[in-house]
Design a protein around this ligand. Sequence first.
Ligand SMILES: [Zn+2]
Length: 396
Amino acid sequence: MAKIDKNIIDKVLETAKIEEVVKDCLGSYDSGNKGGLKKTGVRYEALCPFHDDKSLGSFVVYPKGNCYKCFSCGAGGGVVDFLMKHEGLTYPDAIRWLGKKYNIPVDDMSVDWTYTPRPVPPPLPMLELPAAMVEKTMKAIDHDNLVKWMRLGVNWDTVQRYNLEKALFDYRVGHGKNGHTIFWQCDENDKVRTGKMMLYREDGHRDKVSKWNFDFIHSSLSRKRNEDDPWPFPSIFDPDKQEPHLCFFGMHLLNRFPNAAIKIVESEKTAVLMATAYGNHTMQIWMACGGLEMITRERLQPLIDQKRRIILYPDRDGIEKWKVKAEQMHYDRLAIDTEPVTKWWKPEDGEKADIADVVVRMLNTSKPLTNIHDVAEQMPQVKPLIDKLNLEIQDE
Ligand SMILES: [Zn+2]
């Protein structure tokens, strides 16, 4: 087997720069590549190539530590780790790749090597945002496009109408001046970690066209106009001293309801809708993971420590992938429920439907039971009783 001199390896590792290697692999944002590497101050951001990333803010490249880290899926490491993972190279081939890039002749010599993954620098203290920031955003509720739809677009009953306002409050949903919704992420100890600002349309669907239709709060707090500018809000978030931490939406409810089962859906909107439809945190807490890559053993740990029952509710088009993930978690109190998006599902819900799409359709198409005729039609089991009692349908 071909072997490479240890000294050559050291030379390659000393020379290789993470930002240059990642740029070679992902392209550059400035040259029009939307997912490419973008300089933000002393670090870089990109769309994470290791999960289905749709927004900047998770994947960060640190020239200082010569490493990268994704705060969503947990991927991270040094130059060689990145190349092995991204390009599918073996360790010696990654060294050869770098040798070629940096003009270091990598001769195959008979000295042994072992691959030791480069450690990501020790994590910085987790970012904690002020609670007052959350409270402030909860006031503009009537401007929120999603709330408008949630209030008017769904055929809730009286109890559910009450549940909706309670859910918006319990989940601490924030609202922007221009119709935005802010889904704050507070952890199990009630610390505000970050938030997702999203723009919905008044029909309840995402607005993916307008500018600023998505942003992580930690990203927006650390965005500089010019590279040499100081961090814009150093007293709230100084990226050199703190690092972001993403958690499940609804996690702060965990310790308030010690006996509840945990039901995990993908989107925050779905969690709020389900808490509204079946609102009782004592029995069940609906949480949103924000994407399959966010479901990791590490993030589930607070739930596992408390031996909570966990039920995953995948979208219809994600069933197989979620099943694989559920297996990987190796937790015997975790189950996956696909019934709402299979048995309850109807074609008009769409191939990508999630549990809330199905439930909202059911609510919006069910007729209120106003007379005996409706009762007989919707509840066939009472038909014999109606016949037996000889009840008649009368016109008003
Ligand atoms: Zn990632």
